[in-house]
Design a protein around this ligand. Structure first.
Ligand SMILES: [Zn+2]
Ligand SMILES: [Zn+2]
Length: 255
């Protein structure tokens, strides 16, 4: 009787040990693969579907759907809103024939951005990501074609979709600078990992091209980078966001 009890107890102990052992080892495995914290500044990208850090790159996934109203949403979408009026530069809005289409974009940007002397040219298509998950595009409408003819099709928040439905901003994202943040706030990141700020500095100074280098940025402290960082600025004059290429080594985008 006593022997039987001891035997039962020891079998029970082994079962409990095995159970707790397998539980703790699976927990540890999960932790090891996902425990690299995403620096707080990237978590400001509130429109992303996921943001992860593998130690070398921040991976940001996005559907590229603006969180504000636009005449480029299908009329059945709750964010559809017809628009007549003026847009960036005071031009009269002239809608293009495209509609916003959900994307599945993956931006991989260096977690420790570094200057790159080759200053690679920015590609056509996405060159960075805004806090609301919308893509940033450069200052060209096509190979070496100025943006001029496209500007009239920017909606009231200064974005528009291209032929395959990718909604994007070439200039100041007005919903971010006036509703979600301020004119001097963080707007997002270019693909090289350097941050993008609005068209003003924190003291209210309007940023002009003459205050920026060839890549459309400069370095100083900001609220998000108290020890200073290189950063791009939107300006009201061309090239608006980026000049002669990335300041740093760009990551990758897959769509
Ligand atoms: Zn465009
Ligand atoms: Zn600045």
């Amino acid at each position: 009787m006593r022997m039987h009890f001891v035997k039962t107890l020891s079998i029970l102990t082994i079962v409990i040990l095995l159970a707790s052992c397998s539980k703790s080892s699976s927990t540890t495995t999960t932790d090891t693969s996902t425990s690299i914290a995403v620096p707080a500044v990237y978590l400001k990208i509130y429109g992303a579907t996921s943001i992860t850090n593998d130690g070398a790159y921040i991976t940001i996934k996005t559907k590229d759907l603006p969180d504000h109203k636009s005449p480029y949403y299908a009329s059945t979408n709750e964010l559809y809103e017809a628009y007549t009026g003026t847009t960036f530069g005071g031009y009269t809005f002239n809608k293009n024939p495209n509609l916003i289409i959900e994307q599945s974009g993956t931006f991989k940007i260096p977690v420790n951005p570094k200057v790159d002397a080759s200053h690679a040219a920015t590609p056509l298509g996405p060159i960075g990501i805004a806090l609301n998950g919308v893509a940033f595009f450069n200052q060209y409408a096509g190979p070496n074609q100025p943006l001029t003819s496209e500007i009239t099709s920017f909606d009231k928040y200064y974005g528009h979709p291209q032929q395959s439905g990718v909604y994007h901003y070439h200039v100041e994202p007005l919903y971010l600078t006036t509703v979600k943040s301020t004119k001097s706030g963080l707007m997002g990141f270019l693909l090289d990992g350097f941050p993008v700020y609005g068209p003003q500095e924190e003291d209210g100074t309007v940023v002009t091209n003459s205050m920026l280098d060839d890549y459309h940025g400069h370095s100083h402290k900001t609220i998000d980078y108290p020890s200073g960082s290189y950063h791009y600025h939107f300006t009201n004059e061309a090239p608006y966001l980026n000049g002669s290429g990335f300041y740093g080594t760009p990551g990758t985008i897959t769509q």
